[in-house]
Ligand binder design. Sequence first.
Ligand code: PGA
Ligand code: ZN
Length: 409
Amino acid sequence: MTPKIKSIDCHKLVNSRGDWTIETHVELTDGSVGVQAIPDGASKGQNEAISIEPEKAVDIVSTVINDALKGEDPFEQDVLDEVLISMDGTPNKSHLGGNSILSVSLAIAEASAMSKEMELYEYLSVLYTGKKKMRHEVRFPTPVFNILNGGKHAHNGLSFQEFMVIPSPKKNFVEAMEMGVDVYHQLKKNLTADNYDIDVGDEGGFAPNGLTVGKALTYIKSAASEKFKPGEDVFFGMDVAAESFYKHGKYCVDEEELKNDNVEMGLYYSNLIKKFELIYIEDPFYEKDIEGWGQFFKKEGKKLMIVGDDLVVTNTKFLSMAISQSLINAVIVKPNQIGTLTETLRFIKMAKENNLATIISHRSGDTAEDTFIADLALAVDADFIKSGAPVRGERVAKYNRLLEIYFKD
Ligand code: PGA
Ligand code: ZN
């Protein structure tokens, strides 16, 4: 007999930033269980699904949503997600809360995977393509390591949010992880030798005071160059998160004494791209500065990945706009920006149909209990995964889930 949803429960718990969030348990009548905690961003796009107060979310999940979905078929993921979307009735899920809805949506998929005795990525591949992906068909994403932090994740006077080391996609997943760990340790050594502090930011990257953008890139490049060849086996990237220093129509990079308009900012990036083997730049412009995005993509779009995060917020509506106006060639995927699994999978499909690279991402406030994005990345053949530096429990949990699957063949 097909199992049904037996109960949906929720409680609050603390995330890696010391903020309260929620975790939902979905139990099926055959005893299968799905458990899902919800992450939280610090530099959010304006059009993201709204997270409501954890206590309110706990109440909504355990009462209203539990009552609505109890007795339903858990394998009808898209039907159940549509029920949640229409019960909410708002464009940004502000009524029931993106956090409440997503926790239920993902926990249902996990309970279903358990019920079918599948690994989560196998079940998600069924939802995505209609076909179960076998272990030998799995393609591992390239990890993108955020090893130097600034912006809203560090408050250290460095305007750009993330400075990243990216192994060549030719490396296998273990080689790529080894490289991330190696470069991280080398960077620690180099910063210490120059008397910078080695405290870390929200995503585990170092967050010393007194760096400029140019110096930060120089440090990560020289740490990587100890053992690897920039431009050959190792590359670099940045998540600028430009919204955080966009003031009154200008990009104010205080540590570089810059007050740039979007043309000047584009030129500034072009120089960095040449100098530092950058293959990846995320949110280089404020999400409403469509002109800035457009002219930059026209100039540099063939040279590197221009990645939309706050610009598209895992939402097909904003993605179609970005595609039709030629603004990006890669996207960040964060399930909690949109609020259901079905919409997340639809977004990934649209990105891939339009030949955009896909990067599945954690949030700066995350939990070690949640490794969903690792399985999601495998299920959809994502090109990259962003889970911060190779340190801190909540960051390595995602990498370690991938290693677990990698070594299990
Ligand atoms: P957030 O940052 O999780 O704080 O929004 C991550 C990002 O901008 O990629
Ligand atoms: Zn981002």
